[in-house]
Design a protein around this ligand. Structure first.
Ligand code: ATP
Ligand code: MG
Length: 225
C-alpha cells in the first residue's frame, strides 16, 4: 500500500469541475471512500443542486451509503469561501462537487474557484470536449490577470476513457503541449453491469490499484503540494 501523504493541519480543499456528465459525482463518491479508507479525514459539499427531474446527486448517494465522510447540502455560493473553510476537517480534505461548468462571472463556479486549493477539471478525451474546455482555461487566466486572492492549481483528469482508442493520447498531448497538467490516472469508460456506470448510489468497492484508487493517490499528492 502506498503511504498516505500528510496534509497540513488547516486541511485542504479540492473542487471537482467539468462539463455535464463527465463522471464528476460518480468519481468523487469513489474518491471519498478511498481517501477515508487510508485514514484521510474527508468531507464534501454538494454544490450540484438537484432539479425536479434529477435524482443522482452526491448527497443522495451519501444518504444511502457510507462514503467515508459527511456530505453537506449546497452552500449559498456567496458564502462558499467562508463556509467551506469551516467545514474542512482538521488535517483533512473537503471536496466540492459541482454541476455542469458554466463560465458566469461571479457565478457559482467562480465561487468554487475562489474556495479551493486545487481545481480538478474532469473531461472526456474528445475534440469537442477539448474545445469546450477552453472555457475553464480562460477563466483561470482571468483570475490570474485580475490578481484574484485565490487562484487554485488546475489539474486535468481524463474520464470515461476508451483505452483502446487513441483519442486519449491525442488529447493528453495537446493539453500537455499547451502547458496544462494532465494527471497520469484516467478513469475508464466502464458501462458493464458491475462497472462505474452502474456504481452510483451503491456501496463503493475499494479495489487496490484500481483507477479510482490510483486517482485518489494522485490527487492527494496534488493537494499536498
Ligand atoms: N467511468 C464511467 N464509465 C461509464 N459511465 C459512467 C462512468 N462514470 C459515470 N458514468 C455514467 O455517466 C453518467 C454521468 O455520470 P455522473 O453523474 O457521475 O457525471 P457528472 O459529471 O457528475 O454529471 P453532472 O454534470 O450532471 O453532475 C451517469 O449515467 C453515470 O452512471
Ligand atoms: Mg454530478
Amino acid at each position: 500500500m502506498i503511504p498516505t501523504p500528510r496534509l497540513p493541519a488547516e486541511g485542504r480543499r479540492i473542487g471537482i469541475l467539468g462539463k455535464g456528465g463527465t463522471s464528476k459525482s460518480t468519481t468523487l463518491g469513489h474518491l471519498l471512500a478511498h481517501w477515508s479508507d487510508r485514514g484521510v479525514h474527508v468531507a464534501a459539499a454538494d454544490q450540484d443542486v438537484p432539479g425536479d427531474n434529477e435524482v443522482g446527486s452526491l448527497l443522495t448517494w451519501a444518504r444511502a451509503e457510507n462514503l467515508g465522510g459527511t456530505v453537506y447540502p449546497p452552500i449559498p455560493h456567496n458564502r462558499l469561501r467562508e463556509e467551506s473553510r469551516k467545514l474542512t476537517p482538521a488535517g483533512g480534505l473537503l471536496a466540492i462537487d459541482t454541476d455542469a461548468w458554466k463560465r458566469t462571472a461571479g457565478g457559482p463556479h467562480f465561487s468554487v474557484l475562489a474556495s479551493v486549493d486545487v481545481a480538478a477539471w474532469f473531461m472526456k478525451p474528445t475534440d469537442i470536449e477539448l474545445e469546450r474546455s477552453g472555457s475553464i482555461f480562460a477563466a483561470m487566466e482571468h483570475l490570474e490577470a485580475v490578481g484574484a486572492a485565490n487562484v487554485p492549481r488546475l489539474v486535468i483528469v481524463l474520464t470515461m476513457v476508451n483505452r483502446a482508442a487513441r483519442s486519449h493520447r491525442d488529447t493528453r498531448e495537446a493539453l500537455t503541449a499547451a502547458g496544462y497538467h494532465v494527471l497520469e490516472t484516467m478513469i475508464p469508460l466502464s458501462d458493464a453491469q458491475d462497472g462505474y456506470a452502474q456504481s452510483f448510489g451503491k456501496p463503493v468497492r475499494l479495489v487496490d490499484g484500481s483507477p479510482m484508487d490510483l486517482l485518489a493517490t494522485e490527487l492527494l499528492e496534488e493537494v499536498k503540494k
